[in-house]
Design a protein around this ligand. Structure first.
Ligand SMILES: Nc1ncnc2c1ncn2[C@@H]1O[C@H](COP(=O)(O)OP(=O)(O)O)[C@@H](O)[C@H]1O
Ligand SMILES: O=C(CO)[C@@H](O)[C@H](O)COP(=O)(O)O
Length: 512
């Protein structure tokens, strides 16, 4: 059987999944977690060596399960990589990692964002890279290292993004794939090459950046050493792959105008496919990002909620302790138990509002220092209200993203839902109700790993284009219609939610 292997290097862990070329069905999968470190409030780091070990373990386990079902490792036609965006991995002249990766969620580089904006000029920056300087992006993180760890920066010869580091370990090739490179704030997103203007203004040596490679073509192949470690055939092609959100879009068939994606992972996003690199010009600074898609000559507009699934995970780990304990004995998913409790509370959580700004916020506030919280607590609220209000608060933040995307004049015919949070029927329903739109779920249960595998299929010639790959393999399996009877309750709660950030900004937006 001809197969494709997709790897998704997420924030929580890495997934490897094996798919049939013919119809995209899942043959086997494996998932390994790794730690996330917060050495200071607002900082977020991971160890590339943890990613690498987990990736090898996931590939081995996935291929073992595949072999037991008749899918031999030697028949893997190609491997595709997807990963969390924006993280900075620095390598020295021997390609050794110099420090832990500063990941997308890290908020330490606000001063560097202001410096970039001043040096390049706010409007020039939009002209050159189509996006403002935000703490989430890579360039400010790189400059933070230059400003604060000069001895490490002096040794740095190459900057890679998380999944591109895994590419290097799998193939020996140093490259940055285009949809991920778009999130560095150094890529000319309109033309798909490094912005020499921005590099010069920031006094960055262009040799730090590896070549930009396409998403749907081979970028290298599995080395003999990795073949020995995993059972893959040496020489198996490794496609460029894509940023996790771009691969999530491909895996869900969001590869043409009119389609949008809502993803509830650690972060939450709303993205819409676009055939041009259009930028949000309705405010002083673009509040949604313009990035290259993993589809050639296409882009997407994307709004980001920094703490979507993160908020629910925080609640599970700090308030859902009984459910966590029960999980150890019964294996029952604590998220499901907590969501069950929330079902008994009416829409709007009886006036309790949660602000999900646990690691700052991007869309719409672009505020690295924003902090979260509950507002409106009364003695009649109980734990169930806490849970429901978290799910609703994340949905309100996604509505902020969706509203700005709608303002861009893109015709949106269908919104597809994906990510760990979208597995929950209650959370999906709340998001559909709050956005006032039907949410469609596809068979892409493996999310970005599926998209990455489809890109490998295009690279290896199994499919002629990304669109053809999606047409052959992606199907709609479920629809969640908005409950119009609940619209007034949610609209009322959203009005309060929207008023809270500006009112509380002087108190909740303070350097950490
Ligand atoms: N059964 C579930 N019900 C509701 N939310 C869930 C469930 N399982 C996972 N999640 C949410 O999904 C998040 C992880 O999503 P995932 O797409 O795996 O994230 P990432 O790509 O960031 O690692 C968790 O933080 C949690 O909030
Ligand atoms: O920073 C962004 C997008 O700009 C995040 O979406 C990261 O790409 C991480 O994604 P998840 O791990 O939450 O899926």
């Amino acid at each position: 059987m001809q197969t494709l292997l997709g790897i998704d290097l997420g924030t929580t862990g890495v997934k490897a999944a094996l798919f049939a070329v013919e119809d995209g069905h899942v043959i086997a999968d494996a998932f390994f977690e790794y730690p996330l470190f917060h050495p200071h409030p607002g900082w977020a780091e991971q160890n590339p060596s943890d990613w690498w070990e987990a990736t090898i373990s996931a590939i081995r386990l996935c291929l073992k399960e595949g072999a037991s079902k008749g899918a031999a490792a030697e028949d893997v036609r190609g491997l595709g990589l997807s990963g969390q965006m924006h993280g900075v991995v620095l390598l020295d002249s021997n390609q050794h990692v110099l420090r832990p990766c500063i990941i997308w969620a890290d908020q330490r580089s606000d001063a560097q964002c202001r410096w970039i904006t001043e040096k390049v000029g706010a409007s020039n920056l939009i002209q050159y890279v189509s996006n403002p300087a935000l703490t989430g992006f890579s360039a400010p993180k790189l400059l933070w290292v230059r400003d604060n760890e000069p001895e490490i920066f002096a040794q740095a010869r190459t900057m890679l993004l998380p999944k591109d580091y895994i590419r290097y370990r799998l193939t020996g090739v140093l490259a940055m794939e285009i949809s991920d490179a778009a999130g560095t704030c150094l890529l000319d997103v309109k033309h798909g090459n490094w912005s020499q203007e921005v590099l010069a203004a920031l006094e960055l040596n262009p040799s730090l950046l590896p070549p930009v490679v396409p998403a749907d073509a081979a970028s290298g192949s599995i080395t003999a050493e990795v073949a020995g470690l995993t059972g893959l055939r040496a020489g198996t092609p490794v496609a460029g792959g894509g940023a996790d959100n771009a691969c999530g879009a491909v895996g869900n068939g969001v590869v043409e105008p009119g389609l949008a994606l809502v993803s509830v992972g650690t972060s939450g996003i709303v993205l819409a496919h676009s055939n041009s690199p259009q930028v949000d010009t309705s405010g002083p600074v673009p509040r949604v990002h313009t990035f290259n898609h993993a589809v050639p000559d296409a882009w997407y507009l994307m709004g980001v909620t920094q703490g979507a699934g993160l908020s629910f995970r925080w609640l599970r780990d700090n308030i859902g302790l009984p459910e966590r304990a029960l999980e150890r004995w019964t294996g029952i998913d604590p998220y499901e138990l907590l969501a069950k409790e929330a079902e008994s509370i009416p829409a709007g959580s009886e006036g309790l509002i949660f602000l999900p700004y646990l690691q700052g916020e991007r869309t719409p506030h672009l505020d690295a220092y924003a902090r979260g919280g509950w507002i409106g607590l009364t003695a009649s609220h109980d734990r169930r209200h806490l849970v429901r209000s978290v799910l609703e608060g994340v949905a309100f933040s996604l509505k902020d993203c969706y509203a700005i995307i709608q303002e861009q004049g893109l015709q949106l015919n269908q919104v597809r839902a994906t990510g760990g949070g979208a597995k929950s029927p209650l959370w999906r329903q709340i998001i559909a109700d709050v956005l006032g739109v039907e949410l469609v779920v596809t068979n892409a249960s493996e999310g970005p790993a599926f998209g990455a595998a489809l890109l490998a299929g295009v690279a290896g010639g199994a499919y002629s284009t990304v669109q053809e790959a999606c047409a052959r393999t992606v199907q709609v399996v479920q629809r969640t219609a908005p409950d119009t009877a609940l619209a007034p309750a949610y609209e009322q709660a959203y009005e309060v939610y929207k008023a809270l950030y500006p009112a509380l900004k002087p108190i909740i937006s303070r350097p950490l």
